[in-house]
Design a binder for this molecule. Sequence first.
Ligand code: NAP
Length: 287
Amino acid sequence: MTDSKTKIFGVIGHPIEHSLSPVMHNAVFKEKKINADYFAFDVDDKNLGNAIYGADALKFCGLNVTIPHKISVMKYIDEISEEANLINAVNTIKFEKGIATGYNTDGIGAIKAIEKNLNECLKGKKIFVFGAGGAARAIIFSALLSDAEISIYNRTSEKAVLINNEINEKLNKGLKVVHLKNLRAELKDSDIIINATSVGMFPNVDKCAINEGDIPEGKVVMDIVYNPIETKFLEFAKKRNCKVIGGVDMLVEQGAEALKIWLNLEADENLTGIMRKAVIEKLIKKM
Ligand code: NAP
């Protein structure tokens, strides 16, 4: 039951109908008896500013921002966190006392997912990232802030080089940009391998960023794609005796980080358990 005190949250993007965020956040509000509701809003480019100012005027408490607005939304926000500024993308907005503050929880969500699965921090770990899109950028910046070492391979190598240049400039650190001919050796030398491309995402579920035989035995392998729950990449990695981490873990952790920002909720096992259950039920229904 909503009333005049109900806290309003939502996600804006285009398209938005497949978003799992409403089901994930509303499950928390219901279980924890929080008087709040979370909606999905389809917002196109030309209405992005109106949507942000409107949400502020209507006293929304928070918004998530997804494709294609994570960068363009920044010009409508009053303050931006240090991490979101570095990543140059916002996926979470908090409205408070007339001020809209932008955050990025994608990168930290991925880091938390790995650290919780491994029960150790990423400091000094060698992480290999496939991809140089928005999600890869967030993960790379957050992993560097956690003092991990990064190698990156992207189909379009120029994009990987651009990220490296930006990191040199902003953090005075470097990445290893990997060429196809060195891929196998570099994977072997890594502790953690992450697919941060969209390869393998529904409906292209038989695709994988690499051949099964190129996955070294016994590594930690993460796929940030969450639909399907187990991607071809994770299926191959399991056969290669790797420890696997699915995209649902990152989705849940980035959502839990947003709840921490908005409502000061602790991202403990109980909270992430509620979120994971809701997401998995929804994904299974869709399959
Ligand atoms: P994006 O900015 O569009 O980047 C897409 C990346 O995938 C680029 O590196 C692109 O390479 C690569 N790619 C696409 N098709 C490819 C192909 N056929 N072969 C090789 N590389 C290919 O997308 P994004 O926002 O980073 O999202 C990437 C994926 O992560 C999506 O599936 C998204 O759903 C998922 N995601 C998950 C979470 C989570 O919480 N689990 C959060 C954010 C995103 P090029 O540069 O060569 O085009």
